[in-house]
Design a protein around this ligand. Structure first.
Ligand code: DAH
Length: 337
């Protein structure tokens, strides 16, 4: 029996050394030290021994067992470390994979807004920020749109209850600015506005830029001069500007302003719907009533105002077919700019 123990121990040792994985090692362990393993089987043979031999053999088996246990543990640790190292190497994440690919940049809408603001600032306009939650007074009444005026229908407004609303036009900022500043004054007010509109060219949230100039002797010619420079700067030096008579309660006379289509140069194409012209903004000479409401003497001063959609300018510049694209933040769209 002693010889058998020696043989089994040696065989087991050899199999331990040969085991190439933790699973293989476990199988060897079960084969020798498991409940029905070869070493445990030896114990079953004890009953055939004499009472004197039993403790001697028992000790031999136990010693062999604990020696093998140590070998299993050592080999187990070795295999575990090797397998871990292999796994780490195989599953290594290359954090440099995006290196040099996408650099953050301004959203096309912000990029266009920045260019617009820079243009007007270079012409001496001051930039003003107005509140997005406005009172009925600044958004409508002070702009010569009383409560029952049909012109309110031009802008489907989100009323918030009480006297408050989400501003439907940045024109509200004109009034606030005139209240706080004495002429001569030149200001622009870019910002978010809100209307209950939703289709390819309208979004419930969009952006406008309001402009206002008040001084002695301001006329339509000044308005046309500024808008002409603006159009040439943004749509190309051969761009023409056209005024069409229109109506806004806060300007008198009022105009709608078109620029010649930069795609077809006036010949007519899909972008300008065959007309050769693209409507870009509303403008006019500030209504005397509005000046008076803001504490400016209309006999001494005159002014012009204009307002346009920044989204619309961005869409024209980049030929973007649907306003929603500007708001969905789809990376495939944004990467094109
Ligand atoms: N507030 C007008 C709108 O949202 C645009 C506009 C028209 C602004 C004429 C003006 C203006 O300052 O004079 O439709």
């Amino acid at each position: 029996m002693e010889e058998k123990i020696r043989q089994l121990t040696q065989a087991c040792s050899e199999e331990i050394s040969a085991a190439g994985s933790e699973n293989a090692l476990y199988a060897v362990r079960v084969k020798y030290l498991g409940k029905n393993g070869l070493i445990s089987d030896l114990m079953k043979g004890m009953k055939d021994l004499t009472p004197q031999q039993r403790p001697v053999m028992g000790k031999l088996v136990n010693d062999a067992r604990s020696a093998l246990e140590t070998e299993f543990t050592e080999k187990g640790n070795q295999l575990h470390e090797a397998e871990l190292a292999q796994k780490l190497a195989a599953e290594k994440i290359d954090i440099t994979i995006n290196k040099g690919r996408s650099v953050g940049k301004l959203h096309p809408l912000n990029a266009v807004r920045k260019r617009l603001v820079d243009f007007f600032v270079s012409m001496g306009f001051e930039v003003m920020d107005g509140p997005e939650v406005e009172t009925d007074y600044y958004n409508f009444e002070a702009l010569n749109v009383p409560k029952d005026h049909p012109a309110r229908d031009m802008q489907d407004t989100f009323f918030l209850g009480g006297n408050l609303l989400l501003r439907s036009q940045t024109s509200a900022s004109q009034v606030r600015y005139m209240e706080d500043h004495k002429p001569p004054l030149k200001m622009i007010s870019p910002g978010r506005v809100f209307r209950n509109d939703d289709d390819a060219t309208h979004s419930p949230v969009f952006h406008q830029l309001e402009g206002l100039v008040v001084d002695k002797g301001i006329t339509m010619c000044d308005l046309k001069g500024i808008l002409d420079s603006f159009a040439k700067h943004f749509f190309g030096s051969d761009t023409k500007v056209r005024f069409r008579p229109s109506y806004f309660p806060f300007t008198e006379p009022s105009v709608e302003v078109d620029v010649s289509c930069s795609m077809c140069h006036g010949k007519g194409c899909k972008i300008c719907k065959g007309t050769g012209w693209i409507e870009i903004l509303g403008a006019g000479i500030v209504n005397r009533k509005v000046l008076k409401i803001c504490g400016i003497d209309p006999d001494e001063y005159t002014g012009f105002a204009f307002g346009f959609g920044i989204d619309r300018i961005a869409n024209i510049i980049h030929s973007i077919p649907h306003i929603k694209l500007l708001y969905e933040n789809d990376i495939r769209f944004l990467e094109q700019f």
